[in-house]
Design a protein around this ligand. Structure first.
Ligand code: NAD
Length: 329
């Protein structure tokens, strides 16, 4: 694969990163692309997520830390582009201890940016989140809205966004930022609400609903998100931020109801628990820009996507059962 575009994908053993790598190297991928995954394999990283592409001639993986400047420098020098998913990603963990969040999400991003700058590797696609905008009561956040993150997780991501964009404004590095809403789909580590609820319900257990359950999130199927990232990598503009929405807004109560039904359970299995500290009431992103500039539209119907996700967890217990201990807080 001598003339292939060499893409360094950080966090490629996690939920979204692995889906991206499987897609890039799969039958619907662009072809002519070689991928190296750089992943620390924290509790959330799972090498098994990459088994479907392990024998692909363009695939390589390195276990390592995005905060390691020597390793990062070497790897970046050997690649043409970077797609940066690696992060500590669970809000609840950031409330218990923010240390790893600041280290990986902020310092790790800066380490990668410095190496990209030294070797002029671009585009540098930085994967961020709608949480950087903070809670919006009505309407939807546009890319130009101020950042008002609430949790330590969201603040670390907002910090990383600003540093990434500063490398564009200061040094002219081709940095592109995506801010997506809540992802769902298969291979999702069973600590986040959708896979947590599904795995507990399939096991006959109980599920915790925060506060009054009125918090609202927009849901984005992993296939749609991966397509959006690919559009930004291949056709996005330097220095731009692109919001990525899924088009299905649900309160946590509504989501819980759908998950209960999909798993054949009822409300007697729900524990109403104290609300998460600093819990943002509602996130919503305006994704007009990526639609008009790059032709993005979410294609997955939520009911179908959720049914497929539940079916996947039903049929892939061997993937998630060994992870349950690691998922516990
Ligand atoms: P994940 O927790 O499933 O995966 C993160 C991956 O990063 C893991 O494989 C982990 O081992 C790796 N990692 C962590 N620290 C590292 C380090 N120091 N060096 C190298 N690798 C490291 O997360 P995800 O849900 O796949 O999220 C991917 C990206 O998307 C993150 O940047 C996250 O902030 C963002 N995001 C996720 C969602 C969502 O709904 N899941 C929504 C918005 C944004």
């Amino acid at each position: 694969m001598n003339s292939a575009t060499r893409v360094l994908v950080t966090g490629g053993a996690g939920f979204i990163g692995s889906h991206y790598v499987r897609t890039l190297l799969g039958p619907s991928g662009p072809g002519g692309t070689a991928v190296t995954v750089l992943d620390k394999l924290t509790y959330a990283g799972n090498p098994a997520n990459l088994d479907p592409v392990r024998d692909h001639p363009g695939f390589a993986s390195v276990r390592g830390d995005v905060c390691d400047p020597v390793l990062v420098d070497k790897l970046v020098s050997e690649h043409d582009q970077i797609v940066h998913f690696a992060a500590e990603s669970h809000v609840d963990r950031s409330i218990l201890d923010a240390d790893a969040f600041v280290r990986t999400n902020v310092a790790g991003t800066r380490t990668l940016l410095d190496a990209a700058l030294r070797h002029r590797v671009s585009p540098f696609v930085h994967i961020s989140t709608d949480e950087v905008y903070g809670s919006v009561e009505t309407g939807a956040s546009t890319e130009d809205d101020p950042l008002r993150p609430s949790s330590p997780y969201a603040a670390s991501k907002a910090s990383a966004d600003l540093i990434a964009l500063s490398y564009h404004r200061t040094h002219g590095l081709d940095v592109r930022v995506t801010r997506c809403s809540n992802n769902y789909g298969h291979h999702h580590f069973p600590e986040k609400v959708v896979p947590l609820f599904i795995t507990r319900l399939l096991d006959g257990g109980r599920v915790p609903l925060y506060g009054d359950g009125s918090h609202v999130r927009d849901w984005l199927h992993i296939d749609d998100h991966v397509r959006a990232v690919e559009l930004v990598r291949t056709r996005g503009r330097a220095g731009e931020v692109y919001n990525v929405g899924g088009g299905t807004e649900l309160s946590n109560r509504e989501l819980t109801d759908l998950l209960l039904r999909a798993c054949g359970a009822d409300w007697s299995r729900v524990d109403h628990v104290e609300d998460r500290k600093g819990h943002d009431r509602r996130y919503a992103v305006d994704w007009t820009k990526i639609r008009e500039e790059l032709g993005y539209r979410p294609g997955k119907d939520f009911a179908a996507g959720l049914a497929e996700t539940v079916a996947w967890y039903r049929h892939n217990r061997s993937w998630w059962e060994p992870l349950l201990d690691r998922a516990a807080l």
